[in-house]
Design a protein around this ligand. Structure first.
Ligand code: 13P
Ligand code: SF4
Length: 312
């Protein structure tokens, strides 16, 4: 294929994408220039649904490792690329498979519900997967007396316990980006901006969620800002989501909760490892590619498909 020098990186990516019958799936926490060239931008559930139904031969996953793994598990015959293989996730890393296997042994009569932010290995040890947008629905699909282990996010698990009156056993994991959001910063922003709505991702600590006017997945937070009459929002999640919020509601004001005095940003270091340059190189070279063993794919596929069925 001939590419003229004057073509921008984004144009080159678009051309390559067409030529190779590739699709770019991006999470809301990606940098704006990646979101702008993606075929689909969404939350973890939406991205899994898109990954399952895409007719493309190549999936370029502009997100983190567990998301690309999920796409591969759903599409074993397709090539799944991740622009930077180091783009991991602190929450997924907080649940090492060997330790989780030993933990699970202590609760032999418990069902395992795992948040999608976990490794393929953890998925093979799970009965059903959930995301932040369907966690309550998935948990409530089981009888009240069903004993459940919820892994790996203790904040999301604690929130669902509170919402459903259950007492799920929680794995002690968390997301470093959401877990450091402090109540003092939220309270200060609320006092400085009377009338602003506080919207929070359920990966935040309970103390933040208790202050929130609305709690939801990234897609749910975005939808809330579109539909709400409010003109100002205090956003307790990763900065990337502001791109779509501002695009959808240009007249509204969005304030991200600062993580410390010196910084008004709240970036996920893993999500932000992907750049337009790396995305172009990965599509051109068709690597780095996600590779998983047949047995892991077969075992991890079942709880993900079960989630997708329960989410219909
Ligand atoms: P959702 O986009 O599914 O709400 O998940 C947020 C997240 O932390 C992804 O890593
Ligand atoms: Fe993982 Fe948190 Fe980054 Fe999401 S924001 S990818 S949960 S570290």
């Amino acid at each position: 294929m001939k590419i003229k020098n004057s073509e921008s990186l984004a144009e080159k990516i678009m051309l390559l994408k067409k030529e190779k019958n590739a699709v770019i799936l991006a999470h809301y926490y990606q940098v704006p220039e990646i979101q702008d060239i993606a075929d689909y931008v969404g939350d973890s559930l939406g991205l899994s649904q898109q990954a399952l139904k895409t007719p493309a031969d190549i999936i370029v996953f502009a997100g983190v490792h567990f998301m690309a793994e999920t796409a591969k598990i759903l599409n074993p015959s397709k090539k799944v690329l991740l622009p930077d293989l180091q783009a991991g996730c602190s929450l997924a890393d907080s649940c090492p498979p060997a330790k989780f296997r030993a933990f699970k042994k202590k609760y032999p009569d418990h069902l395992v519900i795992s948040y999608i932010n976990c490794s393929a290995q953890i998925k093979t040890m799970s009965d059903v997967i959930c995301t932040s947008s369907n966690a309550q629905k998935i948990v409530e699909s089981f009888p009240l007396d069903q004993k459940i282990i919820f892994a790996p996010d203790k904040n999301l698990g604690g929130y669902i316990n509170a919402q459903t009156g259950r007492n799920m056993v929680l794995w002690n994991g968390s997301c470093e980006v959401h877990d450091i959001i402090k109540a003092e910063a939220v309270i200060r922003l609320k006092a400085e901006n009377p009338g602003a709505r506080l919207i929070a991702h359920p990966e935040c600590k309970a103390v933040i969620l208790e202050l929130a006017d609305f709690i939801g997945s990234t897609t749910a937070l975005l939808d809330y800002t579109i539909k709400s009459d409010a003109q100002k929002f205090i956003v307790a999640t990763e900065t990337g989501i502001l791109h779509q919020m501002k695009k959808e509601s240009p007249g509204k004001e969005f304030l991200i909760v600062p993580t410390d005095e010196a910084c008004s940003c709240n970036d996920c270091p893993y999500m932000k490892m992907n750049t337009l340059e790396k995305l172009y190189a990965c599509l051109r070279n068709e690597e780095p590619e996600i590779k998983l063993s047949k047995s892991v794919i077969e075992k991890a596929n079942k709880p993900i498909l079960r989630m997708l069925k329960l989410s219909e």
